[in-house]
Design a protein around this ligand. Structure first.
Ligand SMILES: NC(=O)c1ccc[n+]([C@@H]2O[C@H](COP(=O)([O-])OP(=O)(O)OC[C@H]3O[C@@H](n4cnc5c(N)ncnc54)[C@H](O)[C@@H]3O)[C@@H](O)[C@H]2O)c1
Ligand SMILES: [Zn+2]
Length: 353
């Protein structure tokens, strides 16, 4: 696929397409940077490709997505002798793509970057769209750039070793993409949801899910508007994450947020009960959370920090239908609070009251 200005290859193994890409582009020098948890994969993927200056592994995880790790990475690049003509090949999940992508953007004012995605979040979300960065003590993703990689490879076989809880992080985003797309992807998820992961056609799912992000990002490279639909479920989700002191993971927040967006859509005269129930049924089959013990008194104030980003008024992304998502919706505080109260109980008889 090349719709976004650079190739994105989704394959069982990224080995052959990566090799072909490096050869066809005439890349003569590259450094592999990887998450230590996929070091074996990174080695296998790049062994035998000519021009590898080094392969460097880093202990990552969200807590290490920091300026201090960035500095270590940049100093490593100096040590292995990377110059302005050296391509960086990052291997790992979303933390790796954010951190190594940022390092490539900063190193000697920018060297070419290739990402090989090994987590579901990286494949369908983080590695696509050109955003990179690190967290600051004051908040997540506060430092970073917009900069496209020269290629992205989804190494789908790697999902076999990805821990279940990290699979679920990606699934929440895939359901979100399914609601935005509304046809083949959403239908496929409904069909597959009762089956164990090993029976899923992951290449197809990853391909279809990332295509949703590619399509949206393409229409709105610098986030002026349309790209906001990708925030479906995120205004509620981020606030729940924050209010919980990040005990609730991002994927869990998004999943609960998808239910919340459906509820607010219903209260503001959008969406249908049937479609809301379809989304809930899918989340339930995938064992994604739909309720939180966080009180509205904690979550509502946490939502207000989203306001600053949007000129003082909270704007929601809400479904009008599965396959038709609207952004920039303003809702009354009372409606939002009513939705938050509902989230304290799982969906049940009272869902529409
Ligand atoms: N830039 C963007 O547009 C964007 C979009 C979404 C998410 N993100 C970022 O992505 C990050 C979350 O991504 P993530 O969920 O991939 O986290 P992650 O990169 O920390 O990966 C999750 C865990 O799985 C391990 N792992 C990765 N691939 C593996 C594999 N194949 N086998 C075994 N273990 C493996 C990692 O070492 C880590 O422990 C967050 O920092 C988030 O901010 C960025
Ligand atoms: Zn997200």
């Amino acid at each position: 696929m090349n719709a976004i200005g650079y190739p994105i290859a989704v394959e069982g193994s990224a080995r052959a397409p990566l090799r072909a890409f490096m050869r066809d582009r005439g890349i003569e020098r590259f450094v592999v940077l990887c998450d230590v948890n996929v070091l074996t994969e990174a080695r296998a993927l790049t062994n035998g490709i000519r021009g590898r200056l080094g392969i460097e592994a880093f202990a990552l995880g969200e807590r290490r997505k920091t300026l201090s790790t960035l500095q270590t990475v940049l100093e490593t690049l100096v040590r292995v002798g990377a110059d302005r003509a050296t391509t960086i090949v990052g291997v790992g999940g979303g933390v790796a793509s954010d951190l190594f992508g940022f390092a490539a953007a900063a190193y000697m004012r920018g060297v070419p970057y290739v990402h090989v995605a090994t987590s579901l979040v990286a494949m369908v979300d983080a590695a696509i769209g050109g955003k990179n960065g690190v967290d600051l003590p004051a908040g997540k993703n506060l430092a970073g750039t917009f900069r496209d990689p020269i290629a992205v490879f989804a190494h789908v076989d790697a999902l076999q070793t990805l821990p279940y809880r990290h699979m679920r992080e990606g699934l929440a985003e895939i359901v979100k993409h399914g609601i935005i797309e509304g046809h083949d992807l959403f239908d496929a998820l409904e069909t597959l949801a009762p089956h164990p992961f090993w029976r899923w056609p992951w290449e197809t799912i990853v391909q279809d899910a990332l295509a949703v992000k590619v399509a949206v990002v393409n229409d709105d490279r610098m986030e002026h508007g349309l790209r906001e639909v990708l925030n479906l479920g995120h205004t509620f989700g981020h606030a729940i994450e924050r209010a919980s002191g990040y005990r609730v993971s991002h994927g869990a927040g998004v999943s609960i947020g998808l239910r919340a967006a459906g509820l607010l859509a219903l209260r503001t005269g959008r969406f249908s009960r049937d479609e809301h129930l379809r989304v809930l049924a899918l989340l339930a089959l995938l064992k994604l959370p739909m309720a939180t013990s966080e009180s509205p008194a904690g979550v509502f104030p946490a939502m207000q920090s989203d306001k600053k980003k949007r000129g003082g008024v909270l704007r929601f992304v809400l479904p009008r239908a599965i396959g038709d998502v609207e952004y920039g919706v303003v809702a009354r505080d009372g409606q939002v609070r009513a939705v938050l109260s509902r989230l304290n109980a799982p969906p049940g008889a009272g869902e529409f009251r």
